[in-house]
Design a protein around this ligand. Structure first.
Ligand code: 5GP
Ligand code: MN
Length: 328
């Protein structure tokens, strides 16, 4: 497929996170190095958070919700004969960008580590034992060409994806291979401390205060159910000048309470049409993937999932309490 393709697209899920951006940009960088005659571009459904903007190639990413870029993406996709789908398992995770891919005959290649990939791809690399899609990309590149075709910038992108999807190696690391990958990336010249600094020490003051507000005033703990939730309305978010990505990682904080094993973050969407739901669990007994599927039209991983709720924030919290009573 690679040697015959002339124009390809690399894409990832809506609200692209560190792994989505890191894996996509590293794969794109590899494609350009290994197949110089092929044209390759990265397009995301919406904008990636500011704290990932330093990743090599991020400035060239096309964003579908940007009115100036929408048509160019549509035209580019029409000319594609190969489409790479990274870090998601169903086309609807592309949000409105999925319309650009509809009725397209180009083969779709999936590279992903979520459960239950949809039957919408022509070639599927799907493995839930991978810490991250970035690790998957790394292993595929290594198998195809050896790691030497990864630039330092691509190695940094992969490291950013790896640490954001594993909480810096504290979860989702299932094999020693993940550490070998980190070692290899260091051999490719990355400064891992510098990458971690760029990813984590980049809060605006408002973002830091929003975190404080969430933990001090908004977090509700349900000791009987060993659960906690944080619900944020649009006006609260606006009070803290919310930027995409500002709440990244917030849902994990309640899990640091010893007795809490389920955490939820509810956020009113910018158009106030629904509530964005993030769910996290710790341990091997509680699958938030199942909860997200059963109650929130979503999915994801065993310990980290997301979805949507189509009613008010207040009702969402009440709905969550009802789920706790029913399930735990
Ligand atoms: P987050 O809570 O960080 O948005 O997402 C956690 C995980 O769940 C990610 O791996 C993400 O891809 C997945 N996820 C988030 N939202 C959805 C959703 O609406 N549907 C599905 N299927 N997966 C989601
Ligand atoms: Mn991922």
């Amino acid at each position: 497929m690679l040697s015959s393709a002339r124009q390809c697209l690399v894409t990832s899920h809506v609200n692209p996170d560190g792994d989505a951006v890191g894996a996509s940009l590293a794969w794109w960088s590899y494609l350009k190095a290994a197949y110089p005659a092929m044209e390759a571009r990265v397009a995301f459904p919406n904008r990636y958070p500011e704290f990932l903007g330093w990743i090599e190639g991020a400035a060239q990413v096309a964003v579908y919700t940007d009115d100036k870029e929408k048509e160019a993406i549509q035209d580019y996709v029409k000319g594609c004969d190969l489409i790479f789908c990274l870090d998601f398992n169903a086309i609807n995770r592309l949000d409105s960008l999925s319309e650009a891919l509809a009725d397209h005959s180009a083969p779709r290649v999936l590279i992903d580590h979520h459960r239950q990939p949809a039957d919408e791809f022509d070639l599927v690399f799907s493995d839930i034992s991978m810490s991250s899609t970035s690790e998957f990309v790394y292993r595929i590149v290594k198998a195809l060409d050896g790691k030497m075709l990864l630039s330092k910038g691509a190695a940094e992108a992969l490291y950013a994806g790896l640490i954001t999807d594993t909480g810096s190696f504290s979860f989702s690391v299932n094999t020693p291979e993940t550490f070998r990958m980190a070692a290899d990336l260091m051999e490719l010249g990355i400064d891992k401390n510098e990458v971690a600094g760029k990813v984590y020490d980049s809060y605006s003051e408002k973002r830091m205060r929003l975190l404080g507000y969430c933990l001090q005033s908004k977090m509700r703990v349900f000791p009987k159910h060993r659960a906690a939730c944080i619900a944020l309305s649009r006006s609260e978010l606006e009070e803290f000048c919310f930027q995409p990505g500002d709440t990244e990682g917030f849902v994990n904080f309640p899990l640091s309470i010893k007795k809490v094993r389920l955490a939820a973050l509810f956020m009113e969407s910018s158009d106030r049409t629904h509530i964005r739901v993030s769910l996290r669990s710790k341990g091997k007994d509680l699958s938030v993937n199942e909860l997200a599927q059963k109650y929130f039209n979503g999915g994801g991983h065993f310990n980290a999932s997301g979805g949507k709720y189509f009613d008010s924030l207040k009702n969402c919290e009440a709905y969550f309490e009802k789920i706790l009573k029913d399930e735990f």
